[in-house]
Design a protein around this ligand. Sequence first.
Ligand code: FES
Length: 70
Amino acid sequence: MIVCVCQNVSDRAIRAAVDAGASTLAEIRAQLNVGNCCGKCNAFAKTLVRAHIEDKAIKAVEVRREIVAA
Ligand code: FES
């Protein structure tokens, strides 16, 4: 899905940037130019970054629990 129409940035690209180490919208913006034109995508892009970071944290906790339980 395209998140930023102005810069043609997808949710997949934003998630990949987070997976590569970005943790803020400013860092994502520096890499992908998301939100650098009209700015209408900024709120959703920020929500997407936070949600993906939370998902990664939850998965890390689940893996840790599995390791501890093993
Ligand atoms: S939709 Fe992202 S800057 Fe316009």
